[in-house]
Design a protein around this ligand. Structure first.
Ligand code: TXA
Ligand code: MG
Length: 334
């Protein structure tokens, strides 16, 4: 583990990580969203090692991280006007653009699609690393496939251990949920995965509509089981958390709570959050903490489906369904 100053990583640390990436190694690094597991995006064998380390289905494409819009020209066949406009507004930041892939991109990186997903991350460590390494870096979230994404270097080690050659520890991620993925090839952005850059930010309005089948089919990752800790996750309406958790505890279940107010013992209050942003930031860590507390079920309070709340609810539904099904709704109150 290579510990760096999150705001100003040392040139020596960056040079070491860049050297490893250029040699085909796996390097985990912090981004503002979650930790990424990086490899040289142009190298099929290097990218192949990502899939092995994560046990990731090989038709699930990776996000290619670059240091600037100019660098997008080297991984995409072209950058259409909508993509230019979105990149100008949101890069560096938690927005991933799906573009027509440059033919030089290996099928391992694109999951065999004709498109490629690209993003310029805003975290000072990620950005400094990309500027130092001067190659595009493919990086999915640095968790084992199906697990909650890592928001600390320790989470990466817990999931992947020494299958990663180098883990850069740049502290806790500030956003906490993965980037918004947008198809930017047409006239209008099509949201393929919700994130911190919201529908409202993209001028799409928050109509509460689920991703339709056609859109989901275009983002292969949304098909798979996701974000599930070892314990069961139960999603309840805001305010119902302490009551539901206490009810379950009285029946002898070991129960954890993630919500806006604590509950008395024997409920394990795992996290008390102050806002939707706070929940987004702490959600994955709290799910891992619930697992470590050894609870059978963790009760999580829902949040309104607007702004980043849509991304949080998307992840929570998948964690609660356990099978990646976006159709699982709120469970009935006690
Ligand atoms: O915030 C993030 O995006 C983090 C950090 C490390 O940047 N990365 C991340 O990567 O979440 P990953 O692999 O866990 O999720 C990538 C998502 C998947 O849902 C994948 O299917 C989708 O992006 N994706 C990648 N390439 C695509 C493409 N060409 N077309 C459609 N969806 C694509
Ligand atoms: Mg992931």
């Amino acid at each position: 583990m290579l510990r760096v100053d999150p705001a100003a990583p040392s040139a020596e640390a960056l040079a070491e990580a860049a050297e490893a990436l250029r040699a085909g190694a796996l390097v985990a690094f912090p981004t503002e969203t979650v930790y990424g597991l990086g490899a040289d995006a142009r190298s099929a064998p290097a990218v192949g090692r990502i899939f092995t380390a994560k046990s990731r289905p090989d038709d699930n494409p990776l996000i290619v991280h670059i240091e600037s819009l100019a660098a997008a020209e080297t991984v995409a066949a072209w950058v259409p006007p909508l993509a230019r406009q979105l990149a100008g507004r949101w890069w560096p930041g938690p927005l991933t653009l799906v573009l027509e892939a440059d033919p030089s991109m290996p099928a391992e990186t694109t999951g065999g699609l004709s498109t490629v997903a690209v993003r310029v991350p805003a975290h000072p460590v990620a950005l400094a690393l990309l500027r130092t390494v001067e190659i595009p870096v493919a990086a999915p979230s640095a968790n084992r496939s199906g697990r909650p994404s890592p928001t600390t270097a320790q989470h990466v080690l817990d999931d992947l251990g020494d299958t990663v050659d180098l883990v850069i520890d740049g502290g806790e991620c500030s956003v906490g949920v993965e980037s918004t993925v947008v198809d930017a090839r047409g006239e209008q952005p099509i949201v393929l995965r919700e994130g911190a850059v919201t529908r409202e930010h993209l001028g799409l309005g928050s109509d509460g509509r689920e991703l339709d089948e056609r859109e989901a089919a275009r983002s292969p990752g949304t098909r798979y089981r996701h974000y599930a800790p070892a314990c069961r996750v139960e999603l309840v309406p805001t305010g119902d958390g302490p009551g539901r958790a206490t009810h379950l505890a009285q029946r002898g279940t070991a129960v954890g709570l993630i919500g806006f107010t604590p509950a008395p013992a024997p409920v394990h209050t795992i996290a008390v959050v102050r806002s939707v942003d706070d929940l987004a930031r702490r959600l994955y860590g709290a799910l891992r903490d619930a697992e470590e507390a050894g609870v059978d079920v963790v009760v999580v309070e829902a949040v309104p489906e607007r702004g980043i709340g849509r991304a949080v609810m998307d992840r929570l539904r998948r964690a609660a369904a356990g099978d990646g099904s976006p159709s699982a709704g709120l469970s009935a109150p006690p």
